[in-house]
Design a protein around this ligand. Structure first.
Ligand code: CU
Length: 180
């Protein structure tokens, strides 16, 4: 009696599961092995998934500046930006925080996360790629190349166009370097 009671629903469940997978396969229009292969092949590197739009760098005659732009991630996996490099300057990933009533910037120890199918904005007053120890002024119209390094080891080169930007000057003075 007991055996009958348990096996009958189990068979019904198995039948529904079979119907469900048949339905899914039909919806995908392919055989199961092909779909699995496609899923593996569709796992791109962070650098292949992320694009940077509106990349720009603040024109300056001083030895520091910052790179801004919007990082967009087309993949279903979040991307971790852990470092950046430039031939022009020492580079750090910075955030801006409130500290004792003033606004200071500091290095982010864990880098920036670009959410899956989302974006992460680098903007004056917020997250930015800091350039320090510039050997020469950056003039409006100049192009600055920065290489972004992701946690998975992939790299993405971006070209930021220099423009004059007055607002936010107070955040880029040496005195505001926080606890760096
Ligand atoms: Cu900074």
């Amino acid at each position: 009696m007991r055996k009958t009671n348990t096996t009958f629903p189990a068979r019904a469940a198995a039948a529904s599961a079979a119907l469900l997978s048949a339905g899914l396969l039909a919806a995908c229009g392919g055989e199961a092995p092909e779909t699995d292969q496609a899923a593996e092949a569709a796992e791109p590197s962070a650098a292949a998934s992320v694009t940077v739009t509106d990349a720009w760098v603040k024109a300056t005659e001083e030895d520091m500046s910052a790179v801004f732009g919007v990082l967009e991630n087309a993949s279903g996996t979040e991307a971790h930006l852990v470092a950046a490099e430039s031939d022009l300057a020492m580079t750090e990933l910075h955030e801006v925080v409130e500290s004792d009533g003033s606004t200071v910037m500091r290095e982010v120890p864990d880098g920036f996360t670009v959410p899956a199918e989302g974006s992460h904005e680098l903007a004056p007053g917020g997250d930015h790629i800091m350039l320090m120890g510039l050997g020469a002024p950056i003039v409006a119209g100049d192009e600055v190349t920065v290489t972004l390094e992701f946690e998975d080891g992939s790299e993405l080169e971006l070209t930021a166009v220099a423009k004059d930007f007055e607002g936010g000057d107070e955040e880029y003075r040496p005195g505001d370097m926080g606890d760096m």
